[in-house]
Design a protein around this ligand. Sequence first.
Ligand code: NDP
Ligand code: 8X3
Length: 253
Amino acid sequence: MMKKTILVTGATSGFGRAIARKFAANGNKLIITGRRQNLLEELAVELKTIYGAEVLTLCFDVRKLAEVEAAVASLEGPWREIDVLVNNAGLAVGMNPVHEGITDDWERMIDTNVKGLLYMTRMVAPIMVARRQGHIINIGSVAGKEVYPMGNVYCGTKFAVDAITKGTRIDLVSHNIKVTQVAPGAANTEFSVVRFKGDQERAENVYKGFAPLQAEDIADAVYYVSSLPAHVSVNDMVLMPTAQASAVNFYKT
Ligand code: NDP
Ligand code: 8X3
């Protein structure tokens, strides 16, 4: 397999970290990003030591356009030749009915999941267009396919990811660029700890009584969609735990 350059947002935890590991293990160059510099450094050391991977860390907040611009502008030479952009950074914050919603939570979700993904795409896609090759993989969610109680704004952001993924594909098809959405169901990462603002017990309860997806399952899926022949594109992949039938239907024992 030819060595590719992969940029993964949100690589300090969960899916992003597992995706970085998967691509590094398969001989690729990694640009890993997130806001927690110490975790980026730790992962970089791990990827270099265990897999002998070439790794670049970029510490920035995807919500800040100037930071996104500066981060992508800092890439030089072969590091600019991004083959795969994985727009993974994202979060849910809070779970309230809309009339009791916390507007700061809404802004964090909209700014990260929608605007952050757009900023990254806006900065990286021109590089792909100029090279007439590339693959953008957006991490959506079952929450972007179905709305569930108190999901209101988080679901709204993931429905936006679903629509933006489709729109991006339409705009970039003539430039030979693949655009994929990977939309997982319940997966045990830091996601619920962040959603419940550090309440570990509430977060752990989400995954009790069934086998949730693991970050490595999503990494395998992302790696798979990126490894297909040039003429084959997976446009949309919904990935659920076997015990999850829809956003709210679980078989728990
Ligand atoms: P984690 O909380 O484990 O990881 C989220 C990652 O996003 C972290 O690396 C975090 O890095 C990064 N991130 C968050 N905000 C920002 C920001 N403003 N700027 C840069 N990076 C940011 O959660 P998951 O791995 O589960 O989530 C990854 C994606 O998958 C998200 O888009 C989420 O919505 C989606 N998803 C999750 C599911 C689940 O059940 N876990 C299911 C379906 C989709 P840092 O804090 O260092 O900035
Ligand atoms: C994360 C999965 O079901 O909590 O996107 O929305 S869910």
